[in-house]
Design a protein around this ligand. Sequence first.
Ligand SMILES: Cc1cccc(C(=O)O)c1OC(=O)C1CC1
Ligand SMILES: [Ca+2]
Ligand SMILES: [Zn+2]
Length: 339
Amino acid sequence: DKSEPITSRGMDIFGNLLTFNSTLNKETGARYLFDNTRANGVHTFHAQRMPEFSFLLLNALLGFTGFEVTTSSSFFYDPAAVSAHVNAGKVYDYYKRVFNRDSLDNNGMKLISTVHVGEKWNNAGWNGKQMIYGDGDGQLMISTSGGMDVIGHEMTHGVITHTADLIYEGESGALNESLADIMGSFIENKTGDDLWLLGEDIYTPNIPGDGLRDMKDPGSVPLSGYTETGYYPDHYNDRYLGEKDNGGVHINSSINNKAAHLITEGGTHYGVTVNGIGKQKAEKIFYRTLTHYLTASSNFSDMRQAAVQAARDLYPDRNGEPSVEVQAVMAAYDAVGVH
Ligand SMILES: Cc1cccc(C(=O)O)c1OC(=O)C1CC1
Ligand SMILES: [Ca+2]
Ligand SMILES: [Zn+2]
């Protein structure tokens, strides 16, 4: 075989000089962003900024994943591709280390990412088969593959596809979005309030400290991105009931996101006090909830019951009393009005 693994270097979108796994074609000397040391490969492509609808069409019809990112030296010159490639490897490593999950399907499936999708596209996504990243317009967003939480979010959409496969609309869609936010944030693993911001590294480069969403204080972020007035809800009674955003999948995810924040850090919300149990326990509860109890049509009430059951499995009742972990889950869903 003419190809062999080789380490290469390159800069990510923030100018960090990184070393990572790639593949060398011994005959031509060309290198590719194919890391064949993880699962059946972490392969990164680019779409040459072709319109996103044409990329998505070619991908759906022909399985087109874009063009190979290559270099004739030991250095890769596409920062968006380097960011996507390195971050995808880190997300693979997280799921393997924390949950012993081998890739998105737990069966070593190849992880395919394509960058430079669309023209100044302020988006990132999971199209059911692979991760895709836009470059942003430079004002609202920069290359979305630069966000560790963004990549964790997109790849968790992939985990969700291969587990509960939550229907991407209405309440099940909001749970899909929320679990992607929760795992993406935990994978990025920042400290303090930054732990709870989504996309902050690639969002509004000229405005510090903001993000697409805020799990700790959802109501601090306006819904302008959905041409709606108002702010993200932090209580079930304030959930969005309109048609936009697939029936509010990003908008209403903030209700479950707030529950996740309370379970992890604790706090008093609408007069309900929750004693937090920390990230290590919270991530186990949410992963077990997703992989053992949620189904495609689960709604918010199902989510509460599933999370309580997952917490009870992991942290059983003591002397007939719910554990502090189970109590935290119950109180958090009480606090956001989900029963
Ligand atoms: C940036 C962006 C735009 C549209 C959809 C998504 C999506 O994947 O739902 C998206 O990615 C995120 O929300 C990441 C977590 C910040
Ligand atoms: Ca973040
Ligand atoms: Zn999403």
